[in-house]
Design a protein around this ligand. Structure first.
Ligand code: G3I
Ligand code: 9MR
Length: 599
């Protein structure tokens, strides 16, 4: 009898384990924040072993009533996570509310999500506030930073000239003042190259969706002033960037850094000496481009500042033209100078894209033929998804915004021939890049554009998803066609949880969000919650940090651990496109009448 009871228990245990592991492999993953009523709405079931045509119900979480039911369709196996995927499409459900999805047998249940008109307003605010939390040289007061208030770190008023950065008026060891700006990421250094694309993306968000961003209050010390918060926040970094230009020759230092990455300490506890290092062509051109954009954007708010940005931009451009081969090569520099520098390199030895971008922005800001002549319009066709190292597509985005009116990809008829050429090349560049992404979204089992290129899963893959979405939004702006918007939404869904890891990759947002990002203030303070509103880098299989990952597959190689700086760090160039995309989707749906997006 005893023997029988033992066997019975063992079998029961086995069955229990089986059902546990079943639950682990079969899961509903979805955007854990929710959707605008008019948006396309999908969830995925991964590891679905049945024929895949199971019935799912959407249940009103307030009263447990079934409000929608339909079948999941098997779409195939998604290579990047080697997982079989079924898609539940419940786009037709529109009434605002709080919901969950369940399989008809009840064994699969999704996180609770919302359908709401203002669904991404708080996310956009938080993603922008994350920049405030990463401000150098200023205390974060409880009034604005709440539980994440902290003393000022890195005054940067006594920054040393590194031997690599010496110029006639600035000898080695001299001090310059270069306060403010944002910490780049989870480290405390400030890099001009990465400031380029990050600051641009915030300014572009404002230029493209100004009605929405003008009203968006973020609760930063500057809130309530005439200048919109997004411009006040970007100004915090622009003011720092201006100090990185050598007034003697217009050249721009590559970065402001301590020799090594600091320990896991709060900003004010990191007292290592800080240096400005060698000037570089990539820094000068990124600087020239962003300052030209700032000259346009800030003119109505602060003409004096706008003028200063423009002359700084021109001077940096001239330095770049005169120094075409001055690349930043950290290893080489370390062979010649001490102290050796071991922090982020942001190395780039192909700066033709930076040239095209800076020339375009300076042309748009000044109308001067000098810059238009420097631009080889044919090269715009070689644009790729924007990233810190390749920014050519940013030229297309700016030129299309200024020269091609909304919904008219063919361009304006009143344009001068040189402008018409630029307008057409820019629209073409954006539509062809986005076309490939939309094709991938349509055919991908996961219904996302991620994976259209094997290099999508790189260090910072989540920002790749967001930069895809920025391109798709440009195609929507050029054509007004709904399908571009759906493809962009799909990528927002992806970073907010509709991915095989099941994580919403934004701290503080979603049912399962990163708790241990590689972000020094989040790790070093005594607050159990990480600083909110940060998009972590995301899955990629490089595993450069040597941490123990749950999988080697590109889309599953992610670890929510401080150890994982290659998948779980935060960075300004990853958060800026999140601000853009969340804000744009919120703004677009806010402006569209239901008829305009009818199915
Ligand atoms: O150049 C090769 C290319 O030829 C090859 O095809 C490709 C294959 O993966 O790799 C390319 O190099 C990559 C490089 O980025 C350029 O994209 C490296 O593998 C990759 O490791 C490198 O990652 C960068 C990482 O720093 C390490 O340098 C990330 O893009 C960059 O976002 C990240 O930035 C760091 C800063 O250095 C320091 N502050 C934090 C920040 C975020 O982690
Ligand atoms: O914390 C650093 C992070 O910001 C960088 O992106 C990363 C790659 O350059 O490096 C991190 O610092 C690590 C260093 O490279 C190696 N030792 C461990 C450091 C993190 O604890």
């Amino acid at each position: 009898m005893k023997w029988f009871a033992c066997c019975f228990c063992l079998i029961l245990l086995l069955l229990l384990c089986l059902s546990c592991s079943r639950k682990q492999v079969e899961t509903i993953h979805m955007n854990q924040i929710g959707f605008h009523p008019l948006a396309e709405k999908t969830a995925i079931v991964t590891g679905w072993e049945k024929s895949g045509d199971g019935i799912f119900r959407v249940i009103d979480n307030e009263n447990d009533r079934v409000v929608w039911s339909g079948r999941a369709a098997v779409t195939g196996t998604w290579t990047w996570g080697r997982t079989r995927v079924s898609v539940i499409d419940f786009t037709e459900l529109k009434p605002p509310g709080s919901y969950r999805i369940e399989s008809d047998d009840g064994h699969l249940v999704s996180p609770v999500f919302a359908i709401r008109d203002t669904v991404y307003a708080a996310l956009t605010q938080a993603a922008l506030r994350a920049f405030y939390y990463n401000r150098a040289s200023t205390p974060l007061e409880p009034e604005h930073a709440g539980r994440w208030s902290r003393p000022a770190g890195h005054p940067d008023t006594l920054v040393l000239i590194h031997p690599s950065a010496v110029s006639p008026d600035r000898p080695e060891g001299m001090n310059i003042s270069s306060p403010g700006g944002w910490y780049d990421a989870g480290d405390y250094n400030k890099y001009i190259v990465n400031s380029g694309i990050s600051t641009y993306t915030l300014l572009a968000a404002f230029e493209h969706f100004s009605d929405f961003f003008r009203e968006l209050s973020v609760g930063i010390p500057e809130s309530g002033r005439r200048m919109p918060d997004i411009l006040s926040e970007a100004r915090w970094n622009l003011d720092w960037m201006l100090t990185m230009q050598d007034p003697g020759d217009g050249g721009v230092y590559h970065k402001l850094t301590s020799p090594q990455f600091s320990g896991v300490v709060m900003p004010h506890e990191d007292t290592d000496p800080r240096y400005v290092v060698q000037k570089s062509i990539a820094a000068a051109l990124n600087f020239a481009a962003v300052m030209a954009v700032a000259a346009r954007v800030y003119k109505p708010y602060d003409p004096g500042f706008a003028a200063a940005c423009l002359s700084a931009s021109r001077a940096a451009w001239e330095w770049a033209v005169a120094h075409p081969k001055v690349y930043y090569r950290q290893e080489k520099m370390n062979e010649r100078h001490r102290p050796a520098i071991a922090t982020g390199e942001y190395g780039d030895t192909d700066v033709t894209d930076e040239y095209d971008w800076a020339a375009t922005e300076l042309y748009l800001a000044t109308g001067s033929t000098e810059y238009r002549d420097a631009l080889d319009v044919k090269r715009l066709a070689g644009s790729v998804v924007p990233n810190w190292r390749d920014v050519r597509a940013l030229a297309c985005i700016s030129a299309a915004h200024h020269l091609v009116p909304y919904g008219l990809a063919a361009g304006r008829s009143d344009l001068a021939p040189v402008d018409r050429l630029l307008a057409e090349a820019s629209a073409q560049c954006l539509l062809s890049l986005s076309g490939a992404l939309r094709d991938e979204y349509r055919t991908s089992p996961l219904r996302v554009s991620m994976g259209h290129d094997r290099r999508d899963f790189v260090w910072g893959s989540n920002a790749v998803a967001m930069n895809h979405a920025i391109l798709l939004i440009q195609a929507w702006r050029l054509t007004g066609e709904r399908s571009w918007l759906d493809a962009a939404q799909a990528n927002l869904d992806y970073v907010l949880g509709r991915n095989p890891t099941g994580y919403s990759f934004v701290t503080g947002f979603g049912f399962q969000a990163p708790m241990f990002p590689h972000h020094r203030p989040s790790a070093a303070d005594d607050n159990p919650d990480p600083v909110p509103g940060f998009l972590v880098g995301g899955p990629q299989s490089g595993q450069q940090d040597g941490c123990a990952y749950p999988s080697n597959l590109p889309a599953l190689s992610y670890l929510d651990d401080w150890c994982s700086y290659s998948t779980n760090e935060v960075a300004i160039n990853w958060n800026a496109p999140l601000v853009y995309v969340a804000g744009a989707i919120q703004a677009i749906y806010g402006e569209l009448s239901p008829e305009a997006v009818a199915f």
